[in-house]
Design a protein around this ligand. Sequence first.
Ligand SMILES: Nc1ncnc2c1ncn2[C@@H]1O[C@H](COP(=O)(O)OP(=O)(O)O)[C@@H](O)[C@H]1O
Ligand SMILES: [Mg+2]
Length: 349
Amino acid sequence: MTNKSYVMWNNKGGVGKSTITFHIASVYAEQNPERDVIVIDMCPQANSSSMLLGGGRESETILQEFISKTEPQTIVGYITEATLSGDANINKYITKVDTINSNLSENLYLISGDGNLELIAPLLSERADATPLSAADNPWIKIHSIIKLLTEKRLAEDRPCTFFIDTNPSFAIYTQLAIVGGQELLVPVNADDSSIFAITGLFNLIWGNSVIHPVYGKYTFAEKAKSHNLELPKISYLLGNRFTQKIGAANAFKALSNEAISRMYYEYRTDPNKFENRNTNITSEQDFENSYSVELRDFNSAGVVAANQGIPLSKMDKHTYEVYGQKIQVSKEQRELCKTAIDGLVAKL
Ligand SMILES: Nc1ncnc2c1ncn2[C@@H]1O[C@H](COP(=O)(O)OP(=O)(O)O)[C@@H](O)[C@H]1O
Ligand SMILES: [Mg+2]
């Protein structure tokens, strides 16, 4: 068995990247005990890290401890060592999450997010753009491959790893590293026009515009990736997040979901090689939707409780939870519906 890696990205904030990362990583780890599952949090906001570390105020304190170490126990620590030494020891920067959050399984690990990603970003860009010292030297590829090389590692020789990479919406250099690190790209969208427009942005930023700008063109990530033959992830699934409410998918949501799928299908027809090969014959938008789109429902109060306390849906077995002193009810029916939605996605990975 080989390692796998999934990166969650859309060029839009608030679509559910961190929430979905938390839910699928925790359920995937439970269902794949023969693998080690590692969340790499490449977002300075560190939201998925917070949830994995048990949520709420306590997780903030723990995160702060990780970030303040001389060699931060975070993704910043890892990237710094990898940049300075050409490689880094994963064990120094990883956290076994069940030592902190007992709701999670023992094969789940985190390389925590860190606000200082913002601070090291210009330093990384500077190094990536440095003039090569020899014909064999390629600083741009070296920097952009740091996360990709990380996803080829294992914690134990006989156990393959699956990586889930959470990202920031901006196309900062650390997001570029994150995207290059994923074999498969998961794209969450919400039922609104801005997240649908972001799909076009995503294609332009990763693969480039069909029209290359005469001045800026050669500076773009897409052009550099092309000229260096850098391997890019394949699009795996469009995740329609919060599309299904308690009453089922409302008509207005369905219209927006269709529009998002239709944009993706257009890209698929233009170049199917950007997508995972599912070995099925796709000749219509319906075929495309069946193969490349998954709808996730609105988790409502179950989502609030899960995020605040770092409880995966599979472990949510109480009717009432307390969040910042308020009692919150989560009906069994609702918990089951949310769990089924996440299980359905995880089964496809
Ligand atoms: N399926 C869902 N059901 C209910 N709330 C959700 C769902 N997905 C995300 N949210 C909420 O939406 C907000 C943004 O989600 P988040 O995962 O932080 O997005 P991103 O990481 O893309 O910025 C959060 O408050 C989160 O709790
Ligand atoms: Mg996020």
